[in-house]
Design a protein around this ligand. Structure first.
Ligand code: NAD
Length: 286
């Protein structure tokens, strides 16, 4: 049978999660997605109404099938963690079983196991603030949504991942070089994600023969990136300064993810892989 993938962090057809889903579907994988609870309604409605049909098209002309969409909020591990006001919130009360533990249980009940786990989500409520002006609460929220969410997903999904499987997350070079504008502790969150990639590669490798890698992706005008506010400037900066002067397509990240979770990458684990037209290698703006 083909491989089964769970992709956390798909809520429209613009971001890296969608592109990764498509690349995996094109390679024959069965696609399950986890969609942030507040974005669930509009995503499912758009899917149903055919709004994404054009971008569901795979290279062979068929349309990507999303076998199931699971509501997910990756800042909560289990129902006991959910505050009362969130429970009472209309959008949250309208769905159920969306904590990480419950989603893993639902996937297990529905499908038994998965082969591929993708983490393509981040959130930093104070991302537009410089680190020097970031509150403790904002900093910890960025880490919770953008870094610990991966630890938690792998923790709960590892027991249902088939040996030989792999996981992928998405990171950004602001973890290792100062990128003014990527604030609110998001740079710290990406540094944690990359460090955790190495430690989790060891632990998941030994425990379940699972590989763990992260893709350091170049700038893309996704919904999340537009919220940060300077994405057009970053895209322009990359175009001017990177070794490869071309637009960076989400599909290029999708294809790399498909490679990294495939047997072609069977000895790659714990790595941060750059998919950025080579921008990370430059030491001088030109
Ligand atoms: P995106 O908006 O497509 O994806 C982010 C997703 O995270 C959204 O679908 C959002 O609903 C979801 N999300 C937010 N909080 C959540 C939570 N608590 N639980 C579950 N889902 C939640 O944007 P994207 O830019 O494609 O982001 C995907 C990943 O790529 C992120 O990790 C991001 O940091 C990373 N990345 C993006 C860029 C870029 O320039 N766009 C560059 C490098 C890395």
């Amino acid at each position: 049978r083909g491989k089964r993938a769970f992709i956390a962090g798909v809520a429209d057809d613009n971001g890296y999660g969608w592109a990764i889903a498509k690349a995996l579907a094109a390679a024959g994988a069965e696609i399950l997605v986890g969609t942030w609870v507040p974005a669930l309604n509009i995503f499912e409605t758009s899917l149903r109404r055919g709004k994404f049909d054009e971008s569901r098209k795979l290279p062979d002309g068929s349309l990507m099938e999303i076998v199931k969409v699971y509501p997910l909020d990756a800042i909560y591990d289990c129902p006991e963690d959910v505050p009362e006001d969130v429970k009472a919130n209309k959008r949250y009360a309208g769905s159920s079983n969306w904590t990480v533990k419950e989603v893993a249980e639902s996937v297990k009940n529905d499908f038994g196991s998965i082969d591929i786990l993708v983490h393509s989500l981040a959130n930093g409520p104070e991302v537009t603030k410089p680190l020097l002006e970031t509150s403790r609460r904002g900093y910890l929220a960025a880490l919770s949504a953008s870094s610990y969410s991966f630890v938690s997903l792998l923790q709960y999904f590892l027991p249902i991942m088939n040996p030989g499987g792999a996981s992928i997350s998405l990171t950004y070079i602001a973890s290792e070089r100062a990128i003014p504008g990527y604030g609110g502790g998001m740079s710290s969150a990406k540094a944690a994600l990359e460090s955790d990639t190495r430690v989790l590669a060891f632990e998941a490798g030994r425990k379940g023969k699972i590989r763990v890698n992260t893709i350091s992706a170049g700038p893309l005008g996704s919904r999340a990136a537009k919220a940060i506010g300077f994405i057009e400037k970053m895209i322009e900066y990359s175009y001017v300064n990177a070794p490869l002067q071309k637009e960076m397509l989400a599909d290029e990240v999708g294809n790399t993810a498909a490679f990294l979770v495939s047997p072609l990458a069977s000895a790659i684990t714990g790595s941060t892989v750059y998919v950025d037209n080579g921008l990370n290698t430059m030491g001088l703006a030109v």
